[in-house]
Design a protein around this ligand. Sequence first.
Ligand SMILES: [Zn+2]
Length: 90
Amino acid sequence: MPIKNNLRPYSSYVDEKIERLTILAYEKRLPSSGAPAQTWFQVQCECGSPTQWRLASQIVSRSTKSCGCLRSESSRERLHARRVAHREVV
Ligand SMILES: [Zn+2]
């Protein structure tokens, strides 16, 4: 059976590059709402902007492809990312 990207442990993505983002570190964070812990990646965009923390699920699903320098960071994209994240929880 082929291994799906989104079944890999998030920790295994450190030092990898997805789209424009190189993953430098990861961290689990508990949302204040009492929802399950989410993993965040510290990423460096290839455009040279400062590092950012982004939801790991959005990086792995390619919903987030850059620091925002790609035009993909529209409200439509964020909506899509939320749906992808929800599916992973289920
Ligand atoms: Zn960028």
